[in-house]
Ligand binder design. Structure first.
Ligand code: MG
Length: 396
């Protein structure tokens, strides 16, 4: 048996694989067609398409689905060179329809759209094994003890030896000629629940590639909830993100010096559209950066005259709203001011307290320090003040 962990590797991967993604079910067990139900906000079928699309060895994608779905999505797919084919009455007939569109491929990877959590490295491992041995099936060892049932449908007829049992997943991958020959050998077969059993019956060798328990098949509403939860776990829910922010403003006479939301006594102040608070601007950009939510200029464009002269505390409030709407919260800030003057060390406690209060953080999670510019350039001449900030953000 091959291991998914060894798949891929550093070898150059030929784009000779056609992915046949089967999504033709009518959703009897879900009450409606399930292919387009969202998992983590993205339709299941689109998740599989995206995962296959990013692999260099996949040169063609064939989606086998219903007339309704082709009508609605086929146009978009065509622009991305994705081939849409009408499915059959059974899974195997849909596979036959898809494989007919795979001519010329070296390898065919057959995948069920009902497994939306498939990961690229698992696909690559299965493809690599099929390239080597002809046919591969992603599978996991069975954890339950499996009973066979007698003809009455309720009496146990026997217990299977668990260590010999693996649960087959998809993708199942084949050299094209291996699959075509197996499908042709059993032209009347319609009901086989996977096509690899035809390869077995045709005398072919099928190699197991160990997959992942998270590659679940979504069949019932409970599976859908489980898929959402698994996706949340893998997307970093409950984890930390880090963002970097920077800002610089001119220092001019006749303006109050506002830093970290408080006024610092000095002969000059920061020039800006707002109050020019470099500390809060850098901190907000760091927090937004941690969740890839852009920068404060998006939310407070310098061209918007209605916000002229606003306090940067409003910018912090907006930033916290944006984070909160994405299920994120600032956990820690580390801030370095770069300025020749005034000397800031005496103001560190007040600055820390103000920034901590504004970002709703305990004071021990906020660090403020300052560096001079050794008399160099504009900052060194006291004509500008800059600030760097690092934000740690927790995803809820
Ligand atoms: Mg600024």
């Amino acid at each position: 048996m091959a291991s998914a962990a060894n798949g891929g590797g550093t070898e150059v991967r030929k784009a000779d694989c056609a992915a046949v993604i089967v999504a033709a079910g009518d959703g009897r067990r879900m009450g409606r067609p399930k292919q387009m139900l969202p998992v983590g906000g993205v339709p299941m079928l689109e998740r599989s398409i995206a995962e296959f699309s990013r692999l260099p060895e996949v040169g063609r994608i064939v989606v086998v689905t219903t007339a309704e779905i082709i009508e609605r999505y086929g146009g978009d797919w065509a622009k991305k060179n994705i081939v849409a084919v009408l499915g059959g009455a059974t899974r195997l007939e849909s596979v036959r329809a898809g494989v007919r569109k795979a001519s010329g491929a070296g390898i065919v990877a057959v995948h069920d759209a009902a497994r939306p959590l498939i990961r690229g490295e698992q696909i690559s491992a299965a493809i690599a094994e099929a390239r080597k041995s002809g046919a591969s099936v992603l599978a996991v060892p069975v954890k339950d003890t499996i009973k066979t049932v007698a003809a009455d449908g309720k009496t146990v007829a026997g217990t299977l030896e668990r260590k010999k049992l693996w649960a087959a997943q998809t993708p199942q991958c084949y050299r094209l000629e291996v699959l075509e020959s197996a499908l042709a050998a059993f032209p009347e077969e319609k009901d086989a629940t996977d096509e690899s059993q035809l390869v077995e019956r045709n005398g072919g060798k099928v190699t197991l590639v160990e997959g992942s328990d998270s590659n679940i098949k979504v069949t019932t509403p409970a599976d859908l909830a489980a898929a959402d939860a698994l996706l949340g776990a893998s997307s970093g829910e409950g984890k930390m993100r880090v963002g970097l922010g920077y800002d610089i403003h001119r220092m001019v006479p006749g303006r109050p010096l506002i830093m970290g939301g408080i006024r610092i006594p000095h002969t000059k102040g920061l020039l800006g559209h707002s109050d020019g608070d470099v500390v809060l601007h850098a901190a907000c950009d760091a927090a937004l950066g941690a969740i890839a939510a852009g920068e404060i200029g998006i939310y407070f464009p310098p061209t918007d005259l209605t916000i002229m002269g606003i306090s940067s505390i409003a910018i912090v409030e907006k930033t916290l709203d944006v984070l909160s709407s994405r299920g994120a919260a600032v956990a820690q800030l580390d801030i370095t001011v770069i300025a020749e003057e005034p000397k800031l060390s005496g103001h560190y406690p007040a600055l820390r307290k103000s920034v901590a209060d504004l970002f709703r953080l305990p004071i021990e999670n906020v660090s403020i320090k300052a560096k001079s510019y050794e008399g160099l350039g504009e900052i060194g001449r006291g004509e500008a003040m800059a600030c760097n900030a690092l934000a740690v953000v927790r995803l809820k």
